[in-house]
Design a binder for this molecule. Structure first.
Ligand SMILES: [Fe+2]
Ligand SMILES: [Fe+2]
Length: 132
């Protein structure tokens, strides 16, 4: 999976975070390819930290610019984060390569939910604000 132009929101800080999320996911897939379970688990912890920090930052930006669906978007983030925690708990307790791949798949879907789908909701709002 790659971070492509169409996924950009046009806000530099948000796009930087999204790219970082993609890069971390890339690292996770490399750990799986090497069957490096320890690294896989520690990357998941990193991922949670990065995702949480991103959600907070994105929410602050949306609140500041008066995005009308701010409340819904913040609630959506906490729903996604709870789901990520559940996936993490399950993944850390599973041991083989097949389950690592399954976990990776679920984590990717979680990510795509915010970056590719959820954040489209404010993309046009932000670009209208900045006059593009
Ligand atoms: Fe986002
Ligand atoms: Fe978001």
């Amino acid at each position: 999976m790659e971070f492509v132009e169409s996924m950009k929101t046009g806000h530099p800080a948000i796009d930087k975070d999204h790219k970082e999320i993609f890069d971390t996911l890339d690292e996770v897939s490399r750990a799986i390819a090497k069957n490096d379970r320890k690294r896989f688990c520690s990357l998941f912890e990193d991922f949670l930290v990065i995702a949480n920090r991103h959600f907070k930052r994105e929410e602050a930006i949306l609140r500041k610019c008066g995005f009308p669906r701010y409340e819904q978007h913040a609630a959506y983030h906490s729903f996604l984060f709870d789901r990520a925690l559940a996936v993490r708990d399950r993944c850390v307790s599973s041991a083989d390569n097949a389950s690592m791949e399954q976990c990776f798949k679920e984590f990717s879907e979680f990510l795509v939910d915010d970056v590719v789908r959820g954040d489209l909701d404010f993309k046009s709002y932000l670009s209208a604000l900045s006059g593009r």
